[in-house]
Design a protein around this ligand. Sequence first.
Ligand code: UDP
Length: 253
Amino acid sequence: MKSDKKLIDENGKRLDGRGPDQLRNIKIEAGVLHRADGSCYLEWGGNKVIAAVYGPREAIPKHTQNPLKAIVKARYNMAAFSVDDRKRPGPDRRSQEISKVTSEALEKIVLTDQFPRAAIDVNIEVLDAEAGTRCAGLTAAGVALADAGIPMRDIPVACAAGKIGAENNDGMFSGGFVVLDLGKEEDNFGNADLPIAIAPRTNDIILLQMDGHLTFDEFEHALDLAMKGCQEISKLQKEALLRRYKSDVEVEE
Ligand code: UDP
């Protein structure tokens, strides 16, 4: 969507005061649910997300089983009260799409061949949404999977970069700034959004989507920013897991 709203000033300062390469505030807590095998609560700007992992356990119905490896079933759900205009409860095309790409991304990183015929269920519930919920959900899922002790190549992490503030001259986009981690207004009125997920140790890309238009150079810049964002968030994921582990050890002592 295009608007005359000024999303960034001449000095690169954004509406919420962030610079072009700054993330919104992120808080991560691992192990928040007692009945799940692994869980995570994550706040990312105005997003609030819970991820709960169950399994590995026998995949049901049986015809969904793969005799050679586990299936990873991510289910992304946005609560009706999570957005300004109440969302109709239940699955819709958008949540099905996000569930599918999240499942595929996680399947690349979980060592699925260790659990033939099993299912690993990853439930992602968005309680409060403010742009970037697929990245927040996948990042929380990564922590919840690690909390559940699921063997993985790495802890997956996601982040987006995008383009805002381009001028529209007769339908042509020109100028604009490539920035990290679009906020709500930037997502609504910006020109492009590039969410990615990676395996942070190797920088292997496990999810890449793009909404809007970027030139090749802008794409490279946005990808580089999103990768750096992922690395920053990866540290927060590990800190959250260490805090969780330490609190368990203290309780046992
Ligand atoms: N959104 C909304 N109602 C909906 C779906 C989305 O208000 O039914 C908002 C929500 O804040 C979301 C944003 O639009 O975070 C952007 O949605 P998008 O599909 O781009 O996914 P996201 O950026 O959350 O990964």
